[in-house]
Design a binder for this molecule. Structure first.
Ligand SMILES: Nc1ncnc2c1ncn2[C@@H]1O[C@H](COP(=O)(O)OP(=O)(O)OP(=O)(O)O)[C@@H](O)[C@H]1O
Ligand SMILES: [Mg+2]
Length: 270
């Protein structure tokens, strides 16, 4: 039987008065690759922050490997173990880059894990080379372009070799070669039984990168949980959740309804 990593039961989150997630229940097993889909503001980033223990539910509960994630109990060694196992790349890379140079940034995690400085340096160099950003190693992260920052954020997360990767809009702002590199990386992580949970607006990626998909609707509730294929084929669901759109226009007497999504639907009505 597959090992359960996360269990969410009736999870809600409100920022002050602003609801962001509403009564969400699902589990994630080790080795799964999961895409989170939803319109702007539906709650994807909030869900990833909850899975990353950056915030805790305001309703319901989340556990990671049986340990309840809450502000009270999820501290000390439990939180340290969690941070070693779970790495995340935020959609805005600025918030996770804080070292004076790119090299220090990528070596920081391995040093925190207790690697000798020369081992941490070796690992950082390998990662920088893998991402094709060795040339940036002496630069201050805040001087980089958005895509460069994202590459540094990805390199620094991979440097600690986490079991679970949480990726918020991973391909946003990346050039085509880096996107392909990232797909291949996610594929190879799946082969290594790593768990990968990502949010994306790019439906063309979903079936390649994730076996399973969740849909969060605009009321911040879980509208669907199924295989990526099932979800992508469910046009009504994607339309209702504002993940694809349909516009109607008239050619003479014929009204065309076009859906914009992974499939080319072209219904005609009198
Ligand atoms: N720090 C915050 N303070 C108040 N409200 C917030 C905060 N962060 C997010 N929200 C609100 O919570 C809801 C969910 O936001 P979230 O960022 O999780 O959406 P998202 O699905 O990631 O959207 P996007 O596709 O635009 O990234 C939105 O209504 C948003 O305005
Ligand atoms: Mg978001």
């Amino acid at each position: 039987m597959s090992e359960e990593l996360y269990r969410l039961e009736g999870v809600s989150y409100v920022y002050g008065e602003q609801a962001a997630l509403n009564n969400v229940t699902f589990s994630v097993s080790r080795g799964e690759s999961l895409a989170i889909l939803g319109a702007n503001g539906s709650g994807k980033s909030t869900l990833l922050k909850l899975l990353n223990a950056l915030i805790y539910p305001t309703g319901g509960s989340i556990s990671f490997m049986g340990a309840v994630m809450s502000g009270d109990g999820f501290t000390g060694n439990i939180l340290k173990c969690f941070r070693e196992r779970v790495g995340s790349v935020f959609s805005e890379p600025d918030v996770q880059l804080f070292c004076p140079t790119v090299f220090d940034e990528v070596a920081f995690g391995p040093l925190q894990l207790g690697l000798e400085p020369h081992e941490a340096a070796e690992r950082a160099s390998e990662l920088l080379a893998m991402l094709g950003i060795s040339g940036l190693k002496h630069r201050a992260p805040y001087t980089l372009s958005t895509g460069e920052k994202k590459k540094v954020a990805i390199a620094s997360v991979l440097a600690v070799n986490p079991d679970v990767l949480l990726l918020d809009e991973p391909t946003n702002g990346l050039d085509p070669r880096t996107q392909v590199w990232l797909f291949e990386l996610i594929e190879s992580l799946k082969g290594l039984k790593k768990t990968c949970i990502m949010s994306t607006h790019d439906l063309s990626l979903v079936e390649d990168l994730a076996e399973r998909a969740l849909v969060i609707d605009e009321a911040h509730a879980l509208a669907a949980d199924g295989t990526s294929r099932e979800i992508l084929m469910n046009k009504d669901l994607l339309l209702a959740a504002n993940i694809i759109h349909e516009h109607t226009h008239r050619h003479g007497d014929v009204v065309h309804i076009h859906s914009h999504g992974p499939f080319a639907v072209h219904d005609e009505h009198d």
